[in-house]
Ligand binder design. Structure first.
Ligand code: ANZ
Ligand code: ZN
Length: 815
């Protein structure tokens, strides 16, 4: 055995051994239980960062552990390869996005290999490969057939100077990132996936996800945003068309003092026809970003439309305001405003001098004052005519019923979730497979013509997508009538690719979207990734799973059984990021210490869900530990072969060491399998190493105990530091590689304490100690105590009057 720990050669050897034996390439024919472990695939940005290393190390440790439990473990890797950074790089450095992307992939693949991750590389995929996006296009057309895809106009960010659409990240403080011109909103026709059809199921099936963090499920539920309310009509004076509003608080109906409509609402547009001031306000609203997030912080503004609405129950007239906080895309684009009980309505009413009428009061008359802010809690109704005295809950039902009876409204469930806009006016993405013909309209690309390949011969200059003017790409013949037609030049949102890659890994070579293997492997048993994907990516992947199921391609309802969201990697208390300039390059550490030290430190510094504070001395400490372990094995191995352990003839100390070994196995098994706390698992092994350093016993049984202990440590740490343990296992005398070994089992008999320590008193004074077997009876203990040398000395030759034995505690000899 090599005397010194030399990580770089050991790691190369171990990796070569894995590659030639193909141990991590799995098939569906196995009779073992399957286990699918997946960490979110990376965007090939150039090189791995510490967040990647953490993510993939966690996944690898879990995979290797599950393998040792005897499962058929799939752990694949691929590349989320489309996206804007490739276009930016192309413009900055004049390289083609494809070349840039594939070069990055090659570099990062090599880094992942250096880290020793147990991937089935045969299943590698890159989403920019036509053989991947072909099936995405195929599936989109299936959805189009089913009516789950449609086209409508939607706003985009538009730079009037560059005459181009901008992605959200290209808008900086409302201006174009390139020319600083103020960005406008422009309505253009775009493709949508009807995720709202699945809103109910996406919400209710969250309940089946026992293995997901509560926080993520809550975020998803809030995003879907189911609310129960009432849709009701206010008649409009001088018009036969009422204005319909949506409210979640019909109990406050008698407190309505105005109606507010969105700037794009028909009533607003009508008022603008005759009033230039209103027209100007609407134009201004149009320029502004009206996302719901922006809405929260934006200054609330409005204009009185001059139009009057009639309260459906009292018949009173209330003014109709046009307000920038009402979204056209939610509910009906109009709200009944109750300033006394809604803070936003309250601020608006205060600002514009609109009446505030309180109708809800707290049950005990406390803290329901509306003079400085809205009272938004539930309570009891007053000033509400026939509804006075009802609780908010009772009034909700009663008022809804009254409106329903009078034909003025009905109960309605609404979702905050919007359909998913998948069109992007960008080059580096998967082409949307449709053709527009003047005669035939929108024509799907025939299946035989798929994939619609992205042309390579383009120049990116930052203006419109080069696909738009591409001579052969954009000008095609209509598949139906053969006349000259135009191809769709938008590409898919890159979330489309990441919504089903986990399924494609199961059937990566199939000449169909998925094959039967999908049902063998899915759902993913353990998914690992960043909390930043808690909403969109996970929601889209769940949605896609239901789409694939309903298309008959898979049978599961949910893609990810268990989800682990790993914490951030921090340096000096703040997130490691390029912009902060506080990154640590994993490559430099791999070069200096080897992959095992990096993996060990990452897993030791914090449990996976918590943030991890970077520490150079921690890395150094990890390296020292591996050197100590190496030395311990070296000294043991060099002293020659070990005999078999004789369990019947163990000394007290040997028993104690064995007991710690098996307690460690027990604890580490629980840490790996149930708690996912690898840091405490490592700590327990470190303690065992400390014990072994102090355990100097070169007897046959002593060496056998040490052999058992070292083997356990090597097995228990092998998922975390697979290279060094690969070598140590061979050095400890095994033929089979440690990756193919079973996870160690607890020897229950080693756990029970066999030897007890009793104190010996002479005339009530502590005089000596005695070690006895737990099975020893009173007589035997008495005999042993009376023959103890030190005790005999304190008895001073006097005759024994009485011996008292308290089992497990003491022996008192009265003389
Ligand atoms: C009257 C009222 C009184 C309301 C009150 C709230 C509190 P969620 O839970 O998100 O569904 N609303 C309805 N449509 C809107 C739109 N297009 N833009 C902006 N706001 C809109 O919330 C529904 C509530 O948000 C509705 O209930 C409505 O205000 C407002 F004490 O109606 B409420
Ligand atoms: Zn045609």
């Amino acid at each position: 055995m090599q005397e010194n720990y030399q990580p770089l050669t050991i790691e190369q050897d171990a990796q070569n051994a894995w590659e030639t034996s193909g141990v991590f390439n799995v098939s569906e024919s196995s009779t073992q239980e399957k286990y699918y472990c997946l960490a979110m695939f990376p965007y090939p940005s150039g090189k791995l960062h510490m967040g990647h290393v953490r993510n993939y190390t966690i996944g690898d440790v879990i995979s290797r552990y599950q393998r040792m439990l005897g499962k058929n473990v799939l752990q694949p890797m691929g590349w989320d390869a489309f996206g804007l950074p490739a276009e930016n790089a192309a413009m900055k450095h004049g390289v083609h996005p494809a070349d840039w992307t594939y070069e990055n992939i090659d570099y990062m693949r090599n880094q992942l290999k250096q880290l020793g991750f147990a991937y089935d590389w045969d299943r590698e995929l890159a989403t920019c490969d036509p053989s991947y996006y072909k099936w995405e296009q195929w599936f989109f057309l299936k959805l189009l057939e089913k009516g789950l895809v449609y086209k409508k106009t939607a706003p985009v960010n538009w730079c009037p100077n560059d005459m181009t659409v901008l992605a959200n990240e290209q808008v900086i403080d409302g201006c174009c990132w390139r020319c600083d011109t103020q960005v406008e909103r422009k309505e253009i026709a775009q493709w949508f996936l009807k995720i709202t059809e699945y809103a109910d199921e996406l919400l209710t099936s969250l309940e089946t996800l026992d293995g997901w963090p509560e926080q993520v499920k809550t975020m998803q539920a809030n995003w879907i945003g189911r609310s129960e309310g009432v849709e009701l009509d206010f008649a409009v004076s001088d018009s036969d068309k009422p204005v319909r509003v949506y409210t979640t608080c019909p109990d406050t109906l008698m407190g309505v003092t105005y109606v507010a409509v969105a700037a794009e609402h028909p009533l607003a547009l009508k008022a603008a026809e005759t009033n230039p001031e209103i027209a100007a306000f609407i134009a201004e609203c149009k320029l502004m970003e009206t996302s719901e997030a922006a809405m929260e912080t934006m200054e609330k503004r409005g204009v009185d439309s001059g139009i009057k609405a009639i309260h459906p129950l009292t018949g009173e007239e209330v003014p109709v305001w046009i307000a920038n906080f009402v979204l056209m895309s939610y509910g009906t684009g109009a709200v009944m405003s109750v300033p006394a009980h809604d803070q936003r309505d309250y601020e608006f009413a205060q600002k514009y001098g609109i009446a505030i009428k309180q109708v809800i009061f707290s049950k005990n008359g406390e803290e329901d004052d509306c003079s400085t802010q809205a009272y938004t809690a539930k309570g009891v109704l007053k000033n509400s005519a026939a509804f006075d005295g009802l609780s908010s809950e009772q009034a909700f039902i009663k008022i809804a019923e009254t409106l329903e009876q009078q034909g003025k409204g009905q109960r309605k469930t609404n979702f905050r979730l919007r359909d998913w806009g998948v069109s992007r006016q960008r080059y580096w993405g998967a082409p949307i497979p449709v053709i527009y013909c003047d005669d035939c309209g929108t024509v799907p690309v025939p299946e035989a013509d798929l994939p619609v390949e992205l042309p390579r011969d383009v120049v990116l200059d930052g203006s419109q997508s080069p696909l738009v003017a591409h001579p052969t790409f954009s000008h095609v013949d209509c598949p139906k009538c053969g006349k000259a037609a135009r191809r769709e030049t938008d590409t898919f949102d890159t979330f489309m690719e990441s919504s089903w890659y986990f399924a494609r890994f199961t059937s990566s070579k199939a000449d169909s979207m998925l094959d039967a293997s999908a049902n063998y492997w899915l759902p993913v048993d353990q998914y690992i990734g960043g909390i930043e994907h808690a909403i969109l990516h996970l929601l889209y992947a769940r949605f896609y799973t239901k789409l694939l199921r309903d298309e008959g391609l898979i049978v599961c309802d949910e893609p990810f059984k268990k989800l682990l969201t790993q914490g951030m990697v921090l340096k000096d208390g703040s997130k490691m990021s390029k912009s902060k300039g506080n990154t640590v390059d994993p490559q430099a550490l791999i070069d200096q210490y080897g992959a095992d030290t990096v993996r060990l430190f990452i897993m030791f510094a914090a449990p996976p869900e918590q943030s991890l504070e970077w520490s150079d001395s921690g890395v150094e400490g990890g390296f020292r530990f591996l050197k100590r372990l190496w030395k311990l094995v070296y000294q043991h191995v060099e002293a020659g072969k070990t005999q078999l352990l004789d369990k019947q003839a163990l000394t007290e100390e040997q028993q104690a060491v064995r007991r710690q070994v098996h307690l460690t196995i027990q604890k580490v098994t629980d840490d790996f399998g149930r708690r996912l706390t690898f840091n405490t698992a490592i700590a327990a092994n470190m303690e065992l190493v400390n014990t072994l350093s102090r355990f100097v016993d070169e007897s046959d049984n002593g060496r056998a105990v040490r052999q058992e202990a070292l083997e356990s440590i090597v097995l228990l740490l092998s998922p975390i530091v697979p290279h060094v343990t690969h070598q140590l296992w061979l050095d400890l005398g095994h033929q089979q590689a440690v990756v193919s070994e079973q996870w160690p089992k607890v020897d229950e008999s080693a756990l029970t304490q066999n030897i007890l320590e009793l104190v010996i008193q002479v005339n009530g004074k502590l005089r000596s100690k005695l070690s006895v077997s737990v099975s020893a009876g009173k007589d035997e203990i008495e005999k042993l105590a009376l023959s103890d040398e030190q005790t005999i000395r304190f008895m001073e030759g006097k005759p024994v009057k009485k011996v008292i034995v308290v089992p497990g505690k003491l022996v008192n000899i009265v003389v």
